[in-house]
Design a protein around this ligand. Sequence first.
Ligand code: MD3
Ligand code: FE
Length: 195
Amino acid sequence: MWYREALDRAEQAALLADIRAVMAQAPPFTPTMPRTGKPFSVTMTNCGPLGWVSDTSGYRYQSFHPDTRQPWPPVPARLLRLWETYARCPAPPEACLVNYYGPDARMSLHQDRDELDLTAPVLSLSLGDTALFRIGGEERGGKTSSVRLASGDIFVLSGPSRLAFHGVDRILAGTSTLLAEGGRINLTLRRVNPA
Ligand code: MD3
Ligand code: FE
């Protein structure tokens, strides 16, 4: 489900302030690819009881920041309310991954399957510059379609779409004035463990 312009500018600004506070507690880090150690072009942080990290030992969820070793900050109340409204999931999110894309960042086609519970929905919220987002089916190499995810859009992946291949082809620089520094922040709220 794609909820275009779900959030007005004031609500986007309030969420951005919440996320800036998360980033002050848990500074964005540059994940690296398992095995190769190649850095991601996206920087990341998390809030919630668990956070997604990637380094040379692999992808995983853990309860603390990889550099500061501090627990992740809690998920802001405003984000929890969006989960309640849009995710239609009785259990609260356990992880909120915060991705920051500069103008040249991208994310190659992948599936999200590091969660033990693959039946719960994932809620994505976009802030800042528009992303050219690509989504396909459950098999790599299948047909894909492109959508432009703009600031304030909410995308909920549930049912079979939860295992769809997806990625970000590029960021359309200068399409939003929300982030003073430019670029895009994407938040994904997730369950990790079965409720
Ligand atoms: C489809 N993030 O963090 S959000 C990710 O824009 C990720 O930062 C992208 O892919 C971003 O893993 C896409 C939309 C999204 C999120 C999770 C999904 C699409 C998804 C999980 C399953 C299928
Ligand atoms: Fe993903």
